[in-house]
Design a binder for this molecule. Structure first.
Ligand SMILES: Cc1ncc(COP(=O)(O)O)c(C=O)c1O
Length: 384
């Protein structure tokens, strides 16, 4: 199998699986219990919290574990608006993950005015658009760090500077940037930052929200004192321990592994562009997560490419895992100005730790053949 869908999820690292299995076998205590077996679990959780915090350049007390990246996004958004009900304007971008877009729509139903900042052809938010969207009523700006479909990296430092000049807090969804580029919440200057373990070779169902000390936010899940009262419910202790281990492995592998994957992606990008006529690269030429490649193959439905590749045990996707089952055209590809038929011909290949040079060679052999055959069926002519 050749797995080219690391932005959807990543295989659990063997060291993570090992540590979680050990934890589940040896430690069943409730971290809220004050006797030793509870305390031990709390200690292990805090070790994990320290690791996650360290990787984001923040303090342990600023990390709050949640049930997913999606929950962290919802927490940051609803928690902020609940904490300051007099603010009734929200500024986000048109290319956010559905976790943010759907939260924004729910806010709209509550009477909050939402501005969806447009992006340019490469998927970058315009700072002037942000400036004109901010008003004294703005309660939060939420712009993702790196996009899940095309990889474009947003100018978060500048966004924070502009928002903070007006005393508006900023949230960023860093689910797709952690492990792929440097993510330092302090250097970015954000007030809230979302991460998720299963995108960094950790388990599914565990996320975290960085909340800057002193930031104004209400609890998201009520009913207990866990996570300092901001996210009640007995913690996913094994998930938290696994998250910590995933971060440890990430740091151990370091930049060397990142560069290896980036180099593979570059080879794949060049190979596709050289071997396949009329291919369009979607996304920023430079300022993007390099392991994310999104291509349009005009004349063909992406679905057909996906299925043909799957028969060769090569797994790619059409974009976000969440939109996979719907017929809708990707809102991200629409936002960068692609015509619906071009957007519908687009596939995403996201590389990661599991990929080798041999994988890339196989894809570069199979993909051009598949495209050629599919275009022959649809009688595609590049000139139209
Ligand atoms: C940018 C982004 N945000 C949030 C999420 C949701 O994370 P989770 O799967 O942990 O809910 C994803 C997952 O695809 C993502 O890509």
């Amino acid at each position: 199998m050749i797995y080219l869908d690391h932005n959807a999820t990543t295989p659990v690292d063997p060291a993570v699986a090992e540590r979680m299995a050990w934890f589940l076998r040896e430690h069943f205590g409730n971290p809220s219990s004050i006797y030793p077996i509870g305390r031990k679990v709390k200690e292990l959780m805090n070790e994990a919290r320290e690791r996650v915090a360290g990787s984001l350049g923040v303090d342990r007390g600023e990390i709050f574990f949640t049930g997913s990246g999606t929950e962290s996004d919802n927490f940051a958004i609803f928690g902020t608006f609940d904490a300051a009900p007099e603010k009734n304007e929200f500024v986000t971008s048109a290319i956010e993950h559905p976790a943010v877009i759907e939260a924004a729509k729910a806010l709209e139903k509550r009477g909050v005015k939402v501005t969806y900042l447009p992006v340019d052809e490469y998927g970058t938010v315009g700072l002037d658009d942000l400036r004109s969207a901010l008003t004294p009523k703005t309660g939060l700006v939420s712009v993702m760090h790196a996009n899940n479909e095309i990889g474009t990296i947003q100018p978060i430092v500048e966004i924070v500077r502009i928002a903070h000049e007006r005393d508006v807090p900023v949230h960023t969804d860093a689910v797709q940037s952690l492990g792929k580029i440097d993510v330092d919440a302090r250097k970015l200057g954000v007030d809230f930052l979302t991460v998720s373990a299963h995108k960094i070779y950790g388990p599914k169902g565990i996320g975290a929200l960085y909340i800057r000390r002193g930031a104004n936010i209400c609890p998201f899940v009520r009913g207990g004192r866990q996570e300092r009262g901001l996210r009640a419910g007995t913690e996913n202790t094994a998930g938290i321990v696994g998250f910590g281990e995933a971060v440890r492995v990430l740091e151990e592998k370091g930049r060397k592994e990142r560069f290896r994957v980036e180099k593979l992606a570059e080879t794949l990008k060049k190979g596709v562009e050289e071997r396949i006529p009329s291919v369009r690269f979607n996304g920023h030429p430079e300022n993007r997560v390099k392991s994310t490649l999104n291509f349009a193959f005009p004349g063909i439905e992406a679905e057909a490419i996906l299925l043909s590749l799957a028969t060769k045990e090569i797994y790619v996707s059409t974009g976000s895992a969440c939109s996979e089952e719907s017929e809708e055209v990707s809102h991200v590809l629409q936002a960068i100005g692609l015509k619906p038929e071009i957007a519908r011909s687009s596939i995403r290949m996201s590389l990661g730790r599991s990929n080798t040079e041999e994988d890339i060679a196989v894809v570069l052999r199979e993909l051009p053949e598949i495209i050629k055959k599919l275009r022959a069926i649809t009688a595609f002519h590049p000139e139209g």
